[in-house]
Design a protein around this ligand. Structure first.
Ligand code: HEC
Length: 145
């Protein structure tokens, strides 16, 4: 049992590395991507309120969360534009997820959960933040479904 667990943790780590290599690949044109000025305030909120610590730089994910239902990782945020309306996204950030669902119900509680940011962000900061998050969707991405 112990060995199986270790094996799967290593395998997961390996797949993360492979995925990161793909995601970090520079755009085909080789152009340097700079963040447009209207997205800078949202990036600032994202970094100041520690979102980046859990969700990775630019929402790319890759942070482990043992026994979490979300593939034992804190979810990346690059696809929130597809899965949330703006009001739903704001509600999610305000309320958080106080108890992170377990992958294996007999296993331990996952170490990290999504905190609620209600009352911590001004309306303007929240707006800048969600505009930034929505912008993270990869340009011209073909989701294949
Ligand atoms: C302590 C770690 C931590 C911090 C800090 C954190 N989050 Fe999270 N976040 C999580 C976890 C864990 C989840 C997964 C919750 C679940 O199971 O649905 C999550 C989920 C989310 C989701 C839902 C993603 C989805 O795919 O449905 C959004 C959006 C989000 N976080 C945004 C933020 C923003 C914006 C900030 C900063 C203001 C932030 N988070 C800070 C841990 C964190």
């Amino acid at each position: 049992m112990g060995l199986i667990l270790v094996g799967s943790v290593i395998a997961t780590g390996y797949m993360d590395d492979q995925r990161r290599k793909r995601e970090d690949a520079p755009p085909a044109s080789g152009a340097v991507v700079t963040l447009s000025p209207d997205l800078q305030p949202g990036l600032k909120v994202y970094e100041e309120f520690s979102c980046a610590v859990c969700h990775g730089p630019a929402g790319k994910g890759g942070v482990h969360n043992f026994n979490a239902q979300t593939a034992q990782e804190i979810p990346a945020l690059i696809h929130v534009a597809d899965s949330y309306t703006k009001p739903d996204l704001i509600a999610k950030i305000q309320n958080g997820v106080p108890i992170e669902p377990k992958l294996n119900s007999n296993g331990p509680a996952p170490p990290l959960h999504m905190p609620g940011f209600k009352d911590l962000l001004t309306d303007a900061q929240m707006n800048d933040l969600v505009v930034y998050l929505i912008s993270l969707k990869p340009k011209g991405e073909n989701l294949g479904f």
